[in-house]
Structures are given as C-alpha cells and as structure tokens.
Design a binder for this molecule. Sequence first.
Ligand SMILES: [Zn+2]
Length: 415
Amino acid sequence: MEHLRIDREKTAARIAQDIETLSGPAHTRDAVAIRRYAYTPEYAATIAYFTRELEAIGFTVEQDPVGTLVARNVPKGAPAFGIGSHSDSNRNGGKWDGTLGVVMALEICRLNQELGLGLPLVLISFLEEEGSGFGQMLLGSRIVAGRTTEQAMKETIRELDSGRSFWETAQAAGYQPERWRESKEILDGLIGWIEPHIEQARVLQDTENRIGIVNAIAGYVHADIHVHGRDDHAGATPMNFRLDPTTVLAECILELERLAIEEGHATVGTVGEIEVHPSLINAIARSVRFSLDIRGPRDASYIGVFERISAFAHAAAAKRGMTVEVVERQRNPATPMDARIVAALEAAAAATGAPVLTMHSGAAHDTMCVADTVPTAMVFVPCKDGLSHTPLEDAKPEDAALSVEAILNAIRALV
Ligand SMILES: [Zn+2]
C-alpha cells in the first residue's frame, strides 16, 4: 500500500489548538499546572470537549459505566481499530501527558473522515490513569481488564480529597459502578490498539529521533528493605562497637547500581525512599527502611536483579551482625507489544522520512491492560528534556503530526 502523506502543518496546527484549549481555565483546577481527575468539573469539561469534536465528525460517543470515554464510527462490537490514551492529569501535571494521545487519536479520526479513508475506528480516553483522584494508577483500564475487585472499589480505593469510596463517588457523579463488569465490552471487536503518548524521558530528544515505536512496556518489582541495627550514641560508641544500619543501606545502593548495569537488557534499579530512624545527627540509627524500584522489559532480568540485591542485603547485614527483612509491595510483568503492529508502525514511520527509534517504555501505561485481550503497540512523541508530571512539560505539535501520519498509515495497512 502506498504511503499517504498528510498535510502535516494543518494537523500540527489543529493539535496545537486542541492542546491549548484543553489547558484553559475550564480544564484545570490549578492556575499554573494542569490538574484534572475523575468526576471533577474540569475533567467533565474535557470529556465534553472530545465528545463534541467526535460527534461533529459522525462518531457515536458514550462512556462506560464508570466514565471511560468510547467513541466509534462503526456499530458497537463491530471489527475496528482502537486508538487513544487518557485525559486526566497528574496533580502537578503538564498539558501533554495523556491528553496529547487522545488529541492525536481525535486528529486521526478527523483525517479519516476528511480524506474519506473509511477506516473503522474506536477512540478511547481511559478514566483516571494517573491516580490523582483516587491514588490508584491505571484505574479505568484496570476496571476494563478486570484487574481490580468490587470490594476494592467499595472499600480500599478512596478519593484522596474526601476519603469517600470510589464506588460512592462514581455514583454521586451519576455513574453506575455496579455495572463495572460491562466496562470490558468497550474492547469488543477491537482488532488492534495503538496508544500515542509523550515519551516522558529524554531518549528521543538526545538521540535526535522524532518518532518512538514501543516494542515492550517494562515490568517492575516494588519492595522495601528494612535493616535492623542498634541505636547508640554517635560520640561515645567506638567504630568497632556499632551495629549501624546505614552502612548496609550504602552498600546496597551501590550494589543495586552495579547489578542493574551488569544485567543489561535495559534493567534499571532505584532507591527512591530512605527512612532513617530516629534520624538524629548525634545518634547511630536503630533501623533503616529503603525502597526498591527495579524494572525492565525482560522479566528474568529485573526479577533476577531483585533476587540478587535481596540476597546481597541479607549477607551485607549478617557480615556486620545485623538482620534485614525484604517486603515486596507489588510486582507487574513486562508487556510485550504485538510484533505485527510494531512492524506496521516501523514501516509507516520510516516512510514519513523522519528519524525513528524502536524502544521500550520504562513507564506504565493503560496499554498494559488493553494488551490482555487485544494486540497492542504504542508510539512515543519526544518531549523537551524528558520533563513530565510538571507544568514545564513540553512537546512539538510538528512531531505529533509525524506520528499521526505514521499511525494512520499503519492502521490502513492493518485493517
Ligand atoms: Zn500518561
């Protein structure tokens, strides 16, 4: 099939206009940052904007029982290709994270109509990806995928501002959480799914690539290591009389770096939280807690690093007469993207003439939940200095237009 070149300037201008509109005062609770999340007026205004734009080009627009937006240009359940992302934001968010993906999907729907391509399309904007309202990432897509429970929605998942349960908050906003099992039907008929998103790292920018094709989303282990020492006086206790847990912390941080580099396969390991008890300048700590975030696109690699750092922590503590506990918080497997969709995207992206990089996503995305039942891939748009989840977030509509052209052509080849 011959590559279709779109009017990139026109598409870039429309994307810029959509993004500008959706960062106006009606769409954010904050004067500087973008702050919008499920069941707030700002979020409802955003969903209403997409609804109007999609209805204007002949789409049927609805929401699932909890508020995920679904728009179709074919009957419900008929074979179609899915595109979209999320349009909620981090509490201190920028204009681009999530919203750009839905705006690009909208632009693909517009081009499909304008150019008379006749592609069967379903646009989805998932509810509450960032967890800003209820502290749970990927909530809307996890409900669709059945990765959460009714009990959690009624009890543990609570609105951060009011403490009210997700269930009650959704009902008060006019939704029907009791019908949540029907949410999965929004994926019925999908023969494929592509989520466009800003990269949220600086790889594309620093390698001077303008389109990123994602071939896997990293899996991860989150855990805590607790080191138990003995609180003694920092002045009166000679060095060889101490059980100082911060020494084990220090050894573990450096060993985690070494292990991740040695393992390769894009494995990354981070100690992001450190708690020293009692945290006083003149006291040797009684105990230390530090977190582990270990990720990568290859399960065996990051899980192997987690197992080795756990064993190392036990040994490092034992050598100094102390003990550790390793407590796992959460584990999520890596999500490989569909080889056929990735290949179609790579071919279409190359045909745009822009420099393209095939890469993995280190961050989690709704696409992980879609991938349970539908062949999926993602496309990354470069963002300035990798900044994300900050009002400084920035990206170029011209780059987004290139990715729109690539996705449109890939879908033409796949349906
Ligand atoms: Zn996002």
